[in-house]
Design a protein around this ligand. Structure first.
Ligand code: KDG
Ligand code: MG
Length: 404
C-alpha cells in the first residue's frame, strides 16, 4: 500500500491550521494535524520541502519504521517544528491503517480501556464572582471537570481572560503582530486562592477543578500557591513554572501535595523523562500533534505509567479537530489516562473538519468510523486563506519580558 500523494493544506477558519493529507495508490486517505500556533508556516515548509519527497512511494503500513526514518534520518533531532511535522505523518499513517483494516484507530492501539474519555472545559471571568458563574454554567453544560481562570485585580487582562468582548482575548493592537499583556506575580498570587476557596464553597466537593499558571511563577512562588490551594483539592495545577528546568519541580514538590501537570509545550520523551522518572509531576500534558504523533505519545504514556503519572493531553482550539480525534483514540486506549482538555472549535472549523467524535455527560467518544473519524473539506478550507497571527507576549509592570 504505497503512498501516492502528500498534500500540505494551510487554512484559517477562524484560526490557522496546517493539515497533512496522504493518499495511497489504492485511494485511501489519511490526515495529520501539523499546526504549531504562531509558527505554522515553518512546519508547512518542513513538510513540503523536506518530508513530502521522502514519503512518496513508501509503504503506508510501516508506521514505526517511518517514524524512525524521519526522526533518525534527519540527524537533527527533537524540537517543536521537527516533531510536529513527524507527528502529522505518523497520525496520517495511523488513519490510513485504520481505514485500510476497517477499524477505528483505538482498536489498533490495544482496544478501549474505558467507555469514554473524561474531558475538562474552560471557564473564565473578569473577577471571582464572574468566574464562579462561568464555572457553574460549564457544569450546567454537562462538564464534570472545569479549568477556572480569573481576571487579576489591577491588571488589564491575564492569561485566559480578555478585557473586552469574548473572542477578542488576544486581539493585537496592530493586525498580524503579537498582542501584549501585563503581569504582576504579587497581584496574581492574591486572587487565585480566593477564587478556589469561593468555587469550593459554592460548588461543593465533587467537581474537578483545574488551574493553568501558564509558566509564570518561580518554583518557590509556585510552592506557595500550591500550598495555599491545598484545602481546595485541585485536580491539578498546570505549568506552575517554565519546565525547561525540570529540577525546578522538585522544589515545588517538597512543599505541596497539590497535583502538578505540565508538558503541553514538550515535543519528546526526553523533555519529560526526569519529571516522570523522579515522580515530580502527576499528569503529563504532551499531545499527538506536538510530541511526535501517536507512536511517540504512546511511548511517553508507557514510561509515565511505570511512575504513577497519568496523561492529560493538551486540547486547546489551536490543535485542530484532527489532533483532537487522534487524542481521543489515544485516551480511550491508554491505561494511565487521566483527563483530556476540550475546548469546542468554532462552527467554521467544525465545517472544514467534519468529524464523528461526540460530547455527552462530561466525556467525549471518538466514534466507530474506521481510522480517526475526521475528514477535511478541501474546497471549503480553500475559502479560508492563511492569516498571520502570533501568540501574545507578556511583560511585567516595569516592562521586562515575562513568560506568557
Ligand atoms: O497555543 C498555545 C495554547 O494552546 C495554550 O496557551 C493553551 O495553555 C493552554 C491550555 O492549557 O490549553
Ligand atoms: Mg496550558
Amino acid at each position: 500500500m504505497k503512498i501516492a500523494d502528500a498534500k500540505v493544506i494551510v487554512c484559517s477558519p477562524g484560526r490557522n491550521f496546517v493539515t497533512l493529507k496522504l493518499t495511497t495508490e489504492d485511494g485511501i486517505t489519511g490526515l495529520g494535524d501539523a499546526t504549531l500556533n504562531g509558527r505554522e508556516l515553518a512546519v508547512a515548509s518542513y513538510l513540503q520541502e523536506h518530508l513530502v519527497p521522502l514519503l512518496i512511494g513508501r509503504d503506508a503500513r510501516r508506521i514505526e519504521e517511518t517514524w524512525h526514518y524521519l526522526y533518525k534520518g534527519a540527524y537533527w533531532r527533537r524540537g517543536p517544528v521537527t516533531m510536529t511535522a513527524i507527528a502529522a505523518v505518523d497520525t496520517a499513517l495511523w488513519d490510513i491503517q485504520g481505514k485500510g483494516l476497517g477499524v477505528p484507530v483505538y482498536q489498533l492501539l490495544g482496544g478501549r480501556a474505558r467507555d469514554s474519555v473524561m474531558v475538562y472545559g474552560h471557564a473564565n471571568g473578569q473577577d471571582v464572582a464572574a468566574t464562579v458563574e462561568a464555572v457553574a454554567r460549564t457544569v450546567a453544560a454537562g462538564y464534570r471537570a472545569v479549568r477556572a481562570q480569573c481576571g487579576v485585580p489591577g491588571l488589564p487582562d491575564t492569561y485566559g481572560v480578555g478585557h473586552g468582548k469574548p473572542g477578542a482575548i488576544y486581539e493585537p493592537a496592530v493586525k498580524g503582530m503579537p498582542s501584549e499583556s501585563v503581569w504582576s506575580t504579587e497581584k496574581y498570587l492574591e486572587v487565585v486562592p480566593k477564587l478556589f476557596a469561593k468555587l469550593r464553597a459554592e460548588l461543593g466537593p465533587d467537581l474537578h477543578l483545574l488551574h493553568d499558571v501558564h509558566h509564570r511563577l518561580t518554583p518557590i512562588e509556585a510552592a506557595r500557591l500550591g500550598k495555599e490551594l491545598e484545602p481546595h483539592h485541585l485536580f491539578w495545577l498546570e505549568d506552575p513554572v517554565p519546565a525547561e528546568l525540570q529540577e525546578g519541580f522538585r522544589l515545588i514538590r517538597q512543599h505541596t501535595v497539590t497535583p502538578l501537570a505540565t508538558g503541553e509545550v514538550f515535543s519528546s520523551i526526553y523533555d519529560c523523562q526526569q519529571l516522570i522518572t523522579e515522580q515530580l509531576i502527576d499528569y503529563i500534558r504532551t499531545t499527538v500533534v506536538h510530541a511526535g504523533g501517536l507512536t511517540h505519545l504512546r511511548r511517553i504514556a508507557h514510561l509515565a505509567e511505570l511512575h504513577h503519572v497519568r496523561t492529560g493531553a493538551h486540547g486547546a482550539t489551536d490543535l485542530s479537530p484532527v489532533c483532537l480525534a487522534a487524542a481521543l483514540h489515544f485516551d480511550l486506549s491508554v491505561h494511565n489516562f487521566g483527563i483530556q482538555e476540550y475546548m469546542p472549535h468554532s462552527a467554521e472549523t467544525d465545517r472544514v473538519f467534519p468529524h464523528g467524535y461526540r460530547f455527552s455527560d462530561g466525556a467525549l467518544h471518538p466514534g466507530e468510523a474506521p481510522g480517526l473519524g475526521v475528514e477535511i473539506d478541501e474546497a471549503l478550507a480553500a475559502t479560508f486563506p492563511y492569516d498571520r497571527a502570533y501568540l501574545p507576549t507578556n511583560r511585567k509592570l516595569d516592562g521586562t519580558v515575562h513568560s506568557w
